[in-house]
Every structure is written in C-alpha cells, then in structure tokens.
Design a protein around this ligand. Structure first.
Ligand code: ADP
Ligand code: MG
Length: 699
C-alpha cells in the first residue's frame, strides 16, 4: 500500500499550486509531500541569539539584530538601480542594500518600526553593511527564534520567492498537516535495538529541531536508514549470487600448475601470495561462481598470483583471459606471461584495438574453437564478437578503470559464468570496498616481496631543477633509468601538452645525444608508437622516459630507479602513489622526486607530506578519501553508486560497518525477507524496484 500522505502531489500543498509546484519539481526533484520532507537542510542557524550592531565583526557568518530601519532610498538607474537603507539599534548602525526585487521589498519595509534584521555582515567603505538582509516585524513574525534550517536553493527557486525560509514554512505546514502520517520502513526490532526514532518524529527533528541534540538524533536515524538499505541490497545480492549462480568446479591441480610451480617460478612466493592463492583456489572449487577482489599495493606481486590461478583453470580444461586497462599494460602482461609459460605448450594471444584485422579474425576463430588458452587484451575483449569456447576464469587488472557494467559484459554471454578475479593496485579504503565492491569477496596481499629497498621520497621546489639534473646524470651514469612525468589534466590539456613538449626540449638540451638517450610518450600518440618507445625503455635502450601519466599503472621496469614528477601539486594522492610505484621494483635504491612550484596550497602540501611520510598504500588511500571524497577517488564511472544523501562514507564508517553486520545477519536468517518481522523491508524493496528498476546491475 502506498502511503497516501507521502505520495500526494506537491501542488496540492497550500501555498504551492501549479506554478511553484513545477519549479519544485524541476529544480529540486520534489514531486510529492514525501519528496519535500526528504529535502533536508544542509545547515542550521541559531536564531535565538541577538547581536548588537557594535558587536559585528568582519568574519561573522549570519547574525541577527534587533532595532529599526530608519530610512530607505532607491538609488541609481537601470541596471545599477538598488535600494539602500540604514538600520539602527542602541549601539550603532548598519548599512543595508538590495539589488533585486526592489519594488516588493520597498513595499514590505516599515520605517522606524521595531524589527529583526538577519543577514551576513560585510565591510564596505569601512562601515558594516548587509546585502539582501531578511527583515521581520514582530507582529507578523513567523520564524521561530530557535534553530533555523537552511535549505539548498537555486536562482530559479529564489525568483519564485522560494527562499530557504519559505521552504521551511512549507515543510512545517506539512509536519502539521491534519493527515500527517509517515510509514516506518525499518522493522520495529531494529529500531528498538539501535534506539532509532520513528520516521515521523525524525522528520520533525530534522526540519523543526528544538535543540542541537535533536538534529543529531534525527540525522542519525536517517543515516542509519540510508546505510542499512544500501547494505541490505549488497548483502542480498551477494547471497543471491551465492545461491543461484553455479560456477565451474575446479577440483584438480594438475600438470600445468605443478610443472610451473616446480620449475618455472622465478622466485619464492611470499606468504601473503600463498595465502591469497589458497583462497582463490578454494573459491574456484565450491561450484559457485567466484567473484573476488584481489587487493595488493603496487609491487606486491599480483601478476604471478593471477597466472597461477589461470593455470588452475587451464588444468581443469577451460580457457582464461586477462584484461588490462591500457595497451601498454596489456602488452606487458602478454610479454611477461608468454615468457613465464614458455615450454608449457600453452597458446597465449594478445588482442587490443590495434590488432590487425587479419590477425584479429584468426584470434576470434581460435578463441571460439578453443585453441587459445590464455587471452590477453584491453577493452577490445569485451566487444560483442569476442566469444570464448569455454572461459573458466577471467582476470581484470586494475579494476578501478573499468565500470561495473563492463565487468558484467565479460560473462553475460555464457551459460556457466567464468570465475572472476578483479585485481586492484589502488588500495581502496574499507568503506569504499564495502560499498562499491561490497558484493565481492576480498583477498588481500598485505606484504611486499623481501629484499626491496624502501623508495626515498623528497619534495623539491622547481627552482632546484639544476641540482636535480646533476643527480639524474649520476644515476644514469650508474646504469639506472629515469621516469620524468608531466601532468596532463583534461581541463587544461592544451597548456599541459605544451608544457610537456617544452619540458622535453629542455631535458633534451640538458641530456644531449649521443651521451644520453631519451624517449617521450603521451596519450595523443598512436598506440603503436607508444609501444615502440615503451619497449625501448623496458629493454634499457633509453635512459630517460618523459611522459604524461600514461605510464601510471602496472608498468614494470626493474632497472628504473628515479621517478621525477613535475607539478606534483596538481596530482591526486593515489595517482602520485601509483606513479611512485613504478620505481623501486628492482635491487636498487630508488627515488621519487616531487617537484612543485613555490606556491603550494594547504591541501597540496598535505598530499606531498603524506607521500613523503608513508609508502603504505592503504594509509594513502584513506587520506585521499578524506581529502577528496569518494566520487573523485574512484572516478566518475562508479561514483553514481554512492549517491548518499545524508551519510558520509568517511565520517560514518562505524555506522556503515554496524549496518552491514546487521544486514548480513538478517539476510542469512531470512534471505527472501519472508518473515513477518521483516515485512516492512520487503515492502520497501518492492517499492524501490517499481520506482527505479532492479538494482541488480552491480557486478
Ligand atoms: P603488482 O602487484 O604491482 O602488479 P607485479 O606483479 O608487477 O606487482 O610484481 C612486481 C615485481 O615483483 C615484478 O618484477 C615481479 O616479478 C616481482 N615479484 C612478484 N612476486 C615476487 C616474490 N614473491 N619475490 C620476489 N619478487 C617478486
Ligand atoms: Mg600489476
């Protein structure tokens, strides 16, 4: 049953009507009474306190004063027309000015009548001044002198005289409506267990709070609800897949795995690698589809784990694939893996957008008839015409570059879905992995192979480039190689591109041929040309690689010992960490040199300091989340999933975890929400399905 009150169209509310109703719909997405109640204030102003004109200070936010407006005048002509006035109280005076709705304001102001003035003081011509203050007279006063909620506004709302105060009035009218009735959506036993207010009371606390304590009480209730339902969907989805989706049973460990392990493995696995391999192996033997996230910091050795997992799949008679986000990375995997498995009689192929047509046709044919064992590629692998005979395991490297839907494309076309292993080098803060990847099981490589020497990270102002150059020469003379990175940010692409070219010429001049060899790669180059430069650098034929962030992910050149980052203040923290991870992969002391201009903002400084202080990717990811917010950390592709209205993944981590425990337990006990005590949840989910379509798109 729909709640009649909540679903009443907004234009029926007294004071709204068709015209304002339309504005509320288009500007705020408010269609119904319920929608309006869900339009929460973003802050509150304490209107119980009065200031004196003499107490005003420049940096104050909104204040209110008690006194009289002693004069108003219309001044100026045409566009510069405005209304000015003077407000006086026993301690002094404030200048007032209005630029809009002049006629209307003039009509509503009474001279020399005691009033409340409300606004933000600014200093203009050495006197205190308020622009567009609110004025209220005592006999018509409608604002309670307590905590006043402030709502988000748009210009269009304002032009229909829907300011924060009038929205507040509308909502208060709703709260006092004679048919006011709000259905609760959380089961009673959960409300009781967590001492949550019922929904109707919580709305009162949010929109008409009597104290700060009420505000937090109301907020806590809605945050709980939001995170609870987010988690309920995730818990439900995960459970559903575990129940419904059958997967290949890989019960054998056979020739390929054993031979490789005994005689091809180039090093001993770390304990962490062994641990995650066990988890993966067990998961692939359950008869359910594996959906696992493999987290491991840069350099923790995910590739070998991926390969060993693939060998298990191959031992069990299926094909495997590995998908990388860039051409360079796909190439590198192809070379690396081809080398590692040589002699095992496996057919490894590479498919990218630059694969020649004839070759592609052949690959597609052999993929379909099962002749190809290991298919490596980029996004090209998710095209419609790419069909495997029997894919048993699909590995996605550097997941954060792939959207959720893209992941799904890989296996939708097959009846028995392959196992899926998603690898990410960007350590994801727990709150994010719980939400974005909440339906995946997680394995973590929490150890870096032994014998690595910690990278030295320093910050230098770009005025010290001279000294930097002689240091680079020293390193190159000792046989090492250097990455030299310039930012390339979409918004200022042209300028950045020019910077890169100028930089390249300066460096070329500083490191002349034939003494030094240098290459450049950037996103505008043809994939093939990038490839030529990149592989020359990998083979050690170039001393220095000048580039944009195209080398950011995965690239592995063990002889490279220095990473120089120009304008490092313009990079995100995670990105800097990724770049730094390109060095320190071999037996040499490595360096990451963060260059910046002398002007360095507070947040940029924090980022650089954090990077100097720690090489722990998880610590860095957490800080990144705090500095930037979840949308940015993941890129726009996935931020839509996190359209949280009231809660904040950083501040509300504890609540997120608590609600997940609750929903996991709940789904365990009552997977289909059939128990009477959970009937409200079933109603809620069904209503959501009707409103938004199925949420099952994740994964
Ligand atoms: P990432 O997790 O960043 O993808 P890679 O798989 O590229 O890391 O591994 C980084 C480097 O460490 C590679 O040169 C790889 O050969 C090496 N490596 C991986 N595992 C080990 C190990 N157990 N012992 C020594 N070196 C290892
Ligand atoms: Mg990698």
């Amino acid at each position: 049953m729909e709640n009649r009150f909540e679903s009443t169209p907004i234009e029926y509310l007294k004071g709204v009507g068709p015209l304002r109703g339309e504005v509320l719909k288009t500007e705020l997405g408010v269609f119904t009474f319920g929608d309006l109640l869900n339009h929460f204030p973003f802050r509150y102003i304490d209107r119980s306190k009065f200031y004196l004109a003499a107490e005003l200070k420049e940096d104050m936010s909104f204040v209110q004063l008690k006194g009289k407006i002693t004069e108003i005048h219309e001044v100026g002509e045409g566009r510069s027309k405005r209304l000015t006035g003077t407000f006086t109280d026993p301690s002094g005076s404030v200048d007032l000015v209005w630029f809009k709705h002049i006629k209307w304001i003039k009509e509503t102001i009474s001279i020399n009548k005691l009033c409340i003035l409300f606004g933000k003081p600014t200093v203009f011509n050495r006197a205190f001044n308020m622009v567009h203050p609110e004025v209220e007279y005592f006999e018509t006063q409608t604002v309670a002198l307590g905590l006043q909620p402030i709502y988000n506004l748009t210009e269009k709302l304002r032009s229909h005289r829907l300011d924060s105060k009038s929205i507040s009035k509308l909502i208060i009218a709703l709260l006092q409506y004679n048919t006011y009735h709000i259905d609760d959506v959380l089961p009673e036993y959960i409300q009781g267990k967590y001492q949550l207010q019922s929904r109707d009371v919580a709305y009162q606390m949010i929109h008409a709070p009597k104290s700060n304590a009420e505000i937090s009480e109301g907020q806590r209730r809605f945050k709980f609800e939001e995170l609870f339902f987010l988690n309920l969907k995730i818990s439900g989805l995960k459970n559903k897949r575990k129940r419904d989706v059958t997967g290949f049973v890989f019960h054998k460990i056979d020739y390929l795995f054993n031979t490789f392990y005994a005689s091809h493995l180039p090093f001993d696995l770390t304990n962490a690698q062994k641990k995650v391999l066990k988890e993966i192996r067990a998961d692939m033997a359950t008869g359910k589809q594996m959906n696992r996230l493999l987290q491991g910091d840069v350099g923790s050795g995910k590739t070998i784990v991926a390969l060993l997992s693939m060998l298990i799949a191959l031992d069990n008679g299926t094909q495997t694939a590995i998908m990388a986000p860039t051409e360079i990375l796909a190439n590198q995997h192809f070379e690396n893996i081809s080398n590692l498995v040589s002699g095992l009689g496996l057919r490894v192929e590479l498919l990218t957008s630059t694969t020649k047509k004839a070759k592609k046709t052949k690959i597609l044919e052999h993929l379909l008839n099962g002749q190809i064992d290991i298919m490596i590629g980029t996004h090209a692998l998710i095209e419609k015409d790419v069909v495997f005979k029997n894919p048993g395991l699909v590995i996605i490297d550097e997941q954060h570059r792939f959207g959720v839907e893209q992941r799904a494309k890989l296996w939708n076309k097959h009846s028995t879905p392959p196992h899926v292993l998603v690898m990410t080098a960007t350590p994801i803060p727990r709150t994010l992995s719980m939400t974005i990847y909440g339906d995946l099981d997680v394995s973590k490589i929490d150890q870096i192979p032994e014998g690595r020497i910690e990278i030295k990270t320093v910050h230098r102002f770009e005025t010290k480039r001279r000294e930097l150059f002689s240091f680079l020469k020293q390193e190159i003379d000792q046989g090492r190689q250097v990455y030299y990175v310039y930012p390339l940010i979409a918004e200022s692409e042209k300028l950045d591109y020019q910077n890169l070219l100028d930089g390249y010429h300066t460096l070329k001049h500083e490191f002349p041929e034939p003494m030094y060899t240098m290459g450049m790669i950037h996103g505008k180059m043809k994939a093939k040309d990038k490839e030529i430069v990149m592989s020359a650098f990998s083979r050690g034929e170039l001393n220095m690689l000048v580039s944009t962030t195209v080398i950011e992910v995965g690239v592995n050149v063990t002889n490279a010992s220095v990473m120089v980052i120009e304008n490092s203040e313009r990079f995100g923290l995670t990105q800097l960490h990724q770049l730094r991870g390109r060095v320190g992969r071999g037996p040499y002391q490595s360096y990451c040199i963060l260059l910046s201009s002398l002007k360095l903002g507070a947040i940029a400084r924090k980022r650089l300091e954090a990077l100097i202080e720690t090489t722990d990717g998880f610590e860095i990811a957490n800080l990144d989340l705090k500095l930037r917010g979840p949308g940015d950390v993941l890129g726009t592709q996935q931020s839509g999933l996190l359209d949280l209205k009231v809660s904040d993944l950083v501040k509300d981590e504890a609540l997120l975890i608590k609600t997940r425990h609750e929903t996991d337990a709940l789904i365990q006990e009552d997977p289909l929400l059939k128990l009477p005590k959970n009937s409200r949840l079933l109603n809620w989910l069904e209503k959501q399905k009707r409103l938004k379509g199925d949420w099952g798109g994740i994964s």
